[in-house]
Design a protein. Structure first.
Length: 288
């Protein structure tokens, strides 16, 4: 029986969606944010206090009429985050949840630019900003090349390259810079800085963040051979591949795998006596 590419893709979407309903973990938002951060930290996005992950959430007083963010607290690297590493703030980064007098938690000041992206992009519910090595290298090159590879087609034609560095990202200028330079795309390489991705879900943002760094690594490695990159793939075929890759089902299938690998690492750390990892695992098991 002959099977066309288009027909096979439709069948794969349907079958993967049905399969995911039974296997995708039902973790809380805080646990998902922490697992996402840890996965990225395990894969080149950590190693410092730079970077943030946030989700748009209902405002505790004004509901959907005002912006509220569930965002990572300052002082934690991605690879050490847990559910207690998150805080809810308003658009000016003021905490919106009760805290004890001893709790001095606050978000990274650079998170301020997130509000500008959320305001400009109603379709976005999650933002991830990090300084991974290979994206940072791309941000130092004059070339705006990104290698075409099947595994990275999720970011095909969806990555902007900014032209300059606007300085310390604490003011509204950074947010205006991000919105202007992204120009509606879902990822951006930031010169002398790092990268930013957005998603309509946490899963799609995480998927883009991981595979953008993988694409950057592939590109930098290929360029180091001092041979011209192979001619671009067919745009029509690449767009079909992108639409398949960014479909909810394959995205969530990958994220389920990412989360399993983090849980595996947490289990190893617990076996070595890490109390924080043990508590995180206990919470994750209780949520399933």
């Amino acid at each position: 029986m002959a099977v066309s590419q288009a027909g096979a893709i439709q069948n794969a979407k349907a079958q993967t969606t049905e399969w995911l309903d039974s296997v995708y973990p039902k973790y809380s938002l805080d646990s998902q944010l922490a697992l996402a951060a840890r996965w990225l930290g395990m894969n080149g996005h950590g190693g410092s206090l730079a970077g943030q992950i946030s989700c748009r959430v209902p405002h505790p007083v004004h509901g959907n009429q005002a912006l509220a963010l569930r965002v990572s607290k300052y002082g934690y690297s991605f690879e050490e985050m847990g559910p207690d590493s998150m805080i809810t703030t308003d658009e000016n980064l003021a905490p919106l949840e009760p805290a004890s007098s001893e709790d001095k938690s606050f978000p990274n000041y650079a998170t301020r630019f997130h509000k500008h992206v959320y305001a400009a992009r109603e379709d976005v519910t999650c933002i991830i900003h990090t300084h991974p090595f290979y994206c940072s290298v791309l941000g130092l090159l004059e070339s705006e090349q990104l290698a075409d590879h099947m595994d990275m087609m999720g970011v095909y034609e969806d990555v902007a390259f900014a032209k300059d560095w606007p300085g310390v990202p604490f003011g509204d200028e950074e947010g205006e810079f991000m919105v202007r330079n992204m120009a509606g795309k879902n990822a951006i390489i930031l010169p002398n800085h790092g990268m930013l991705v957005v998603g309509k879900t946490l899963e799609s943002a995480l998927y883009r963040a991981y595979f953008l760094e993988q694409a950057a690594k592939l590109t930098v490695t290929a360029l180091s051979a001092k041979v011209a990159l192979r001619r671009p793939v067919s745009p029509e075929l690449a767009r079909i591949a992108r639409d398949w890759r960014m479909n909810d089902a394959p995205v969530k299938a990958h994220v389920a795998y990412f989360f399993r690998k983090v849980v595996e690492e947490l289990s190893k750390e617990r076996a070595l006596g890490n109390h924080t990892s043990a508590c995180f695992l206990t919470l994750l098991n209780a949520e399933l």
